[in-house]
Design a protein around this ligand. Sequence first.
Ligand code: URA
Length: 434
Amino acid sequence: MNIYDIIEKKKNKKVLSEEEIYYFVNNYTSGKIKDYQASALLMAICINDLNFDETFYLTKAMVDSGDFIDLSEIKKTKVDKHSTGGVGDTTTLIIGPLLACFDLAFAKLSGRGLGHTGGTLDKLESIEGLNVQLSIDQFIKNTNDINISISGQTENIAPADKKLYALRDVTATVDSIPLIASSIMSKKLSIDSDYLLLDVKIGSGAFMKDLDHAKKLAKTMVEIGNRFGRKTLALITNMDQPLADYIGNSLEVIEAIKTLENKGPKNLKDLCLKISAKILLMAGKYEKEDQALIALEEKIENGQALNKFKEFVEKQDGNPAYVEDLSNFKLSEYKYDLICEKSGYVKKLDALLIGEAAKELGAGRESKEDGIDLGAGIILNKKIDDYVQKDGILASIYTNKKEKIQDAVSLIKKAYLIGDKNEEEYKLILGEVE
Ligand code: URA
């Protein structure tokens, strides 16, 4: 077997065998297959696609390239969620404590991520003292004690994906459904869990730009999960505008806490309740979605979900005063209010442009080595379908980089389209794939 023949085969639209896929993944990870050969194969895959079996074997080979995190010592039912990414997606911090109130184990290994804002770990670090680098033993113990733990991933999860994803990023081979599905699922399947809910985003701030592609991606990932024996379900949700009203690291934690206090924005709460309800159904806690939604609402109203979040913060050495008094979060030094130039309804609020503005302000990183300003970000005062008066505040920005304010303001102005009321209301949940 050799890589030349494998590239040739995919170039000619032939189906690769399990052995050929393993040969490629193992020898690329070890360095025997070179970047230029892997790039050629990735491009052939982008153009000629993989069938489901090939996609499954690619996922399996990437899982087998690294460690499997065995969490069998966690005795309760383990549930996990994953979002394909977007702007202002702070749902983990709300869904985790909610599900932990139902005696499910929310044991989540998260990443830092590159992007418009940091990953879940960066966000959590805006709480003073909070430790996101637990040993696996501590991670398991915490989950057994209080049903929730969130920590950084160990290095050796799906190393083949890490190397291939970095190559795809610089060879215009990211946007292929089998490559995205196998990449995401290889990481999820390397960590033990009983049930997995995928939140597949569509819209300007997401990888998938339309419903057909999002459905195909969701279906592929759900089938991979189920074939691996992991019960998997996907929701398809709208990322045309940022999910949260607060974009940034500290800002997103503040908004998650507000949502747990029942004072957060409706869209964010609705999505968290929907995802949590689906997980409760999958895990057999309820039979009907309505029952699950009522029970979840109760956990917010009676303060149990907020208390669980506080318990989690304390368990991981974070300062609980941050949860009790949001003024403890330190926002960046400079604040600037963006004023609306005409009255009207917000017709559009482009998530990608808002994400780019947040990154300009210091909330995200360009490369792994970059620092991040946890206090930087944007508060969106008006979202799609809201009415705004001329001279009203559209958004407020926070940054330590005074020189970046004008660039960010230009991006935010471009993101907002103000005009007549939209004929159709903004729809958040766009589909479901079992
Ligand atoms: N996220 C991943 O982990 N991989 C992809 O290919 C795309 C998004």
